[in-house]
Design a protein. Structure first.
Lengths: 246, 683
């Protein structure tokens, strides 16, 4: 009898310790106290970037907190969240005098689209959210992206940079942008290989698309297709059995 | 209590037979530990989980057969490179392409890379402890194994262990390597490459020998305090100097400066400075922005990064110095990348006024320095020596120190015991390197390494490049490495060579492997172009590629100089593969020209990138071909069309695999495009 009572006391103490241990687990409470509250969050720069899996994006993600009138709010607390594997540095912070907060984003280890979000508390304590999309590329897609930059983007991308002026607007037959999923997703890998290797006429399309089969290697063309499939919007679904996801 | 023990002892070991039985039983139980440990091991659990994961998939039979063919502990053993990997014991699906949708580890397939697992194993790229068979031991550092798994963000460093040439798929590593040379890291730190050479800096920190003629002590003070406050793109790091230290260093630099040797006479007729705005068009015509950037009102940096940013250059340089510099930069700095433009005196004045106006009135308002005392100058000299300023800059009276900072030749394998980590920092090399680049002085206030202003992506790139300098990279068999192209120090000789150095041709053009990449490679220019065109172009460069922002500037060459250069280029820079005069420059049959036109516009659709008819064609990618028949040699066009990449490696014109007849016809058509020089000048 005596033994059982002692055990009970022991258990009670143990339980107490366990429960205390669980509840007092330090919450990662941010030490930052917001001094301003905005109404909306807008993206300043850094969205829609292409980066390598697991690596920091070239440009930081910058968001801005505005109030109802659209003027920037300083000292508002912004927190960034994303799928597992995404690292923000810093993950939260207060906006500066121009109402902006900048964070370095490292994407996760899996290639594909990453939906990131930024949150801020508003005056009415209703959180405002901003969704930002970034793309992570695997090695092969990274190679494809570089090739796209060098060879394809001058015609297939209407945007110009100082180093690469786009010729898209000058072409009589408009090339498909690589993001045009509605068109490109209907083409098989074999068709894409044919049109890249042998030019537009291979698929009865414009001769303005020259053949690259004597310039690019087979591996390079595969890399290019892997990249095209990744940036496609709506996303590309590979043909064949769709397996149950676990 | 004592009785109970005695009773138990008697029950077990009362007589010899009983004792033997009990001892045997105990031994048996002990023997069972090993198989039990094996049975309940981590890797068996993972292999079972894999079977469960794949059971519902369409190709379950194939996937599971692959596992059963290789169940148990797996090992990749590559004695030549010292790799013993058992990673594939748990990472069972690495080679299964159909597992592309699996996101949980350790069952993801490996992304497609140019190497196979059996060739190089896993730890070559990912590091960590290959022979380990538990998650903890394989991935983290243990007492017996310092090197944990390399975080994915630095994985490109592993490519750099063998590949010494830039790869298409490793932009981060390429950037890091470029930055090691461009940001001057290797002025202070020695980095020897496995082939015995050292990384050479590609920045060109200015000599400070004649500094007092160029700028004021106030500007030096402000610059030393915060270089990025003057120009956001400045690569000079912040040494976090105290006010008195900056005061004393500026005092010493001014005191040690000597006058510029050579012709520094002021430009005549400078009583009245021209209107600052008037120089803008000359600044544009001279394509200064190809090399120099300016920050515009929106805060964007516009222009090249070969020369320094000019946003506030009026705060920095004295107008007298600017005139000397613009007239001939080589008077002040014989090795500068800036060409000698041969501006006329009124042009020099125009540009001086224009650049002098690029100033920020607030920059130096707070700087008030009293006349320097000899003690301050002496203290400044001491500081200049201590901070190793002469590692980068030439300074009168200070010798360039050797090995000023630690050698980084094997930094990627530095033993952890030699490193002092910051509190809270993970005990791993990548964290140490990145931390050191991010905030060098946080490792100790007395450290001399200055604060660089780098973006997070740049810090990662530098860390990646440094992590590639491992023991393994140095000890690899040469047969397994992809060596860097040997650096070329080619410089042309003679009078033409002097002229080319004076015009700094190599700042933009490469010849025989030496030079910049802003403008076309000129190694075979003599085979490519016709003499009259080249001579006229050097005198007055026209536009070949209308869409380009960076273009060849006009150097105001004399007829003699243009002829000298033309002669040299036409004679020396010829390809050994064909004779440039093998085909006639004109006189092709009209039928062949017409056939060429057809091919040009229909079969090969060259107009998507080139312009022959300025009214109809809109191809702004390649050079305009309206007068290509007066510019290029027929034999060059013929060989170029056959295979552009062999004529100029890296050109983006695709190889069209033309047959000989088509090639000759298109060549004939292009040679018929003689244009008129007037039309060219207008564009």
């Amino acid at each position: 009898m005596k033994v059982t009572i002692r055990w009970r006391i022991f258990f009670a103490i143990a339980l107490l310790f366990i429960s205390v241990g669980c509840t007092s687990k330090p919450e990662p409470a941010s030490a930052l106290k917001p001094t301003g509250f905005g109404a909306t969050l807008v993206e300043s720069s850094g969205g829609k970037q292409l980066g390598a899996t697991g690596m920091v994006l070239a440009d930081p993600l910058v968001v801005q907190v505005n109030d109802e009138q659209g003027t920037a709010v300083a000292g508002a607390l912004v927190e960034f969240t994303g799928p597992s594997g995404v690292i923000f540095d810093p993950a939260s912070g207060l906006t500066d005098s121009s109402g902006q907060l900048s964070t370095a984003v490292a994407l996760g280890g899996i290639a594909g689209r990453y939906q990131l979000s930024a949150h801020t508390a508003t005056k009415s304590h209703k959180p405002a959210e901003l969704k930002i999309q970034e793309l992570a590329l695997e090695y092969q897609q990274q190679v494809g992206f570089q090739l796209d930059n060098k060879y394809c983007a001058r015609c297939h991308n209407p945007e110009s940079t100082p180093e690469r002026v786009s010729n898209y607007d000058n072409l009589e037959v408009k090339p498909h942008l690589f993001t045009e999923g509605d068109t490109l997703n209907k083409m098989t890998d074999a068709e894409l290989i044919a049109i890249i290797s042998h030019g537009g006429p291979a698929l009865n399309k414009s001769a303005l698309m020259p053949p690259y089969g004597y310039t690019l290697s087979k591996t390079e063309i595969e890399a290019l297709i892997s990249y095209i499939r990744l940036v496609s919007d709506p996303p590309y679904q590979a043909p064949g059995t769709v397996y149950a996801r676990k | 209590m004592k009785n109970a023990w005695q009773r138990m002892w008697r029950t077990c070991f009362g007589d010899p037979v009983r004792a033997f039985g009990v001892v045997s039983l105990l031994l048996l139980m002990l023997l069972l530990i090993a198989p039990a440990k094996n049975h309940f091991s981590e890797w068996r659990r993972y292999q079972k989980q894999y079977l469960a994961l794949t059971a519902n998939r369409g190709d379950a039979v194939t996937l599971q057969r692959h596992l059963h063919e290789h169940d148990g502990i797996q090992q990749i053993w590559l004695p030549q490179i010292g790799v013993v990997d058992r990673c594939t014991t748990c990472h069972v699906g690495l080679k299964e392409a159909s597992l592309a949708d699996v996101t949980i580890q350790p069952f993801r397939r490996h992304p497609v890379i140019p190497h196979t697992l059996d060739q190089y194993g896993c730890v070559m790229c990912h590091r960590g402890q290959g022979p380990a068979t538990t998650v903890e031991e394989a991935h983290r550092s243990t007492l017996a194994w310092e090197q944990p798994i390399l975080p994915a963000r630095y994985v490109q460093s592993s490519c750099g262990q063998c590949h010494r040439v830039p790869l298409t798929g490793t932009p981060q590593l390429n950037l890091g390597r470029k930055m090691l040379a461009r940001y001057g890291c290797v002025h202070c730190h020695t980095i020897k490459l496995p082939d015995g050479s050292s990384i050479k800096p590609t920045d060109d920190p200015p000599s400070l020998e004649h500094l007092a003629d160029k700028t004021t002590r106030e500007w030096i003070y402000a610059w030393l305090k915060n270089p990025q406050g003057y120009a956001v793109t400045a690569t000079m790091p912040n040494f976090k100097l105290s006010d008195p230290d900056a005061r004393d260093i500026s005092a010493f630099l001014i005191a040690s400066s000597t006058p510029i040797p050579g012709d520094t006479a002021p430009v005549g007729g400078s009583e009245k400075m021209p209107d600052p705005v008037a120089g803008a068009s000359l600044y544009g015509e001279s394509f200064c922005a190809s090399c120099h950037a300016v920050q515009n009102a929106a805060g964007n940096i516009v222009g090249g990064d070969v020369g320094p940013e000019l946003t506030r250059v009026g705060n920095k340089v004295k107008p007298e110095w600017l005139q000397v510099w613009l007239r001939n930069p080589r008077v002040y700095d014989p090795g500068t990348a800036m060409p000698h433009y041969r501006f006329s005196d009124p042009q020099v004045l125009l540009l001086t006024a224009f650049l002098g106006n690029k100033a920020d009135s607030d920059l130096l308002t707070d700087v008030h320095l009293d006349a320097a005392t000899p003690e301050q100058i002496a203290h400044g000299k001491l500081l200049v020596t201590e901070y190793g300023c002469a590692s980068c800059h030439e300074i009168n009276g200070i010798k360039k120190p050797d090995n000023f900072a630690p050698d980084l030749t094997r930094i990627g394998s530095k033993p952890l015991t030699q490193i002092i980590f910051l509190p809270g920092m993970a005990h791993a090399i990548p964290d140490y390197i990145a931390g050191k680049i991010r905030q060098p002085r946080s490792f100790g206030a007395a450290l001399k390494m200055p604060q660089f202003s780098l973006a997070p992506a740049q810090i990662d790139a530098l860390t990646t490049a440094l992590l590639a300098f491992t023991d393994r990279a140095h000890d690899l068999p040469m047969a397994l490495t992809v060596p860097a192209r040997p650096a070329s120090d080619y410089l042309p000789a003679g009078k033409a060579g002097q002229l080319m150095a004076d015009l700094a041709c190599f700042s933009c053009h490469a010849i025989n492997g030496h030079g910049g990449d802003m403008a076309p490679d000129l190694t075979w220019e003599g085979s490519s172009v016709q003499r009259p065109w080249l001579q006229a172009f050097l005198k007055n460069p026209g536009t070949l590629r209308p869409a380009l922002i960076r273009r060849m500037p006009k150097f105001n060459l004399s007829d003699d100089d243009a002829k000298e250069l033309t002669d040299y280029i036409m004679t020396v820079y010829q390809t050994p593969t064909f004779d440039r005069d093998a085909m006639p420059l004109s006189g092709y049959p009209p039928a062949q020209v017409e056939q060429g036109r057809q091919l040009f516009y229909s079969k090969y659709a060259c107009q998507s990138c080139h312009i022959v008819d300025t009214k109809a064609d809109k191809g702004y990618i390649g050079p305009t071909l309206t007068q290509v028949g007066s510019r290029l040699n027929a034999a060059w066009i013929y060989h170029w069309l056959k295979d552009p990449q062999t004529m100029r490696p890296g050109t983006i014109e695709p190889n069209r695999n033309m047959n000989d007849e088509d090639d000759r016809a298109v060549t004939a058509f292009l040679m018929a495009q003689k244009g008129s020089s007037k039309q060219e000048a207008k564009k």
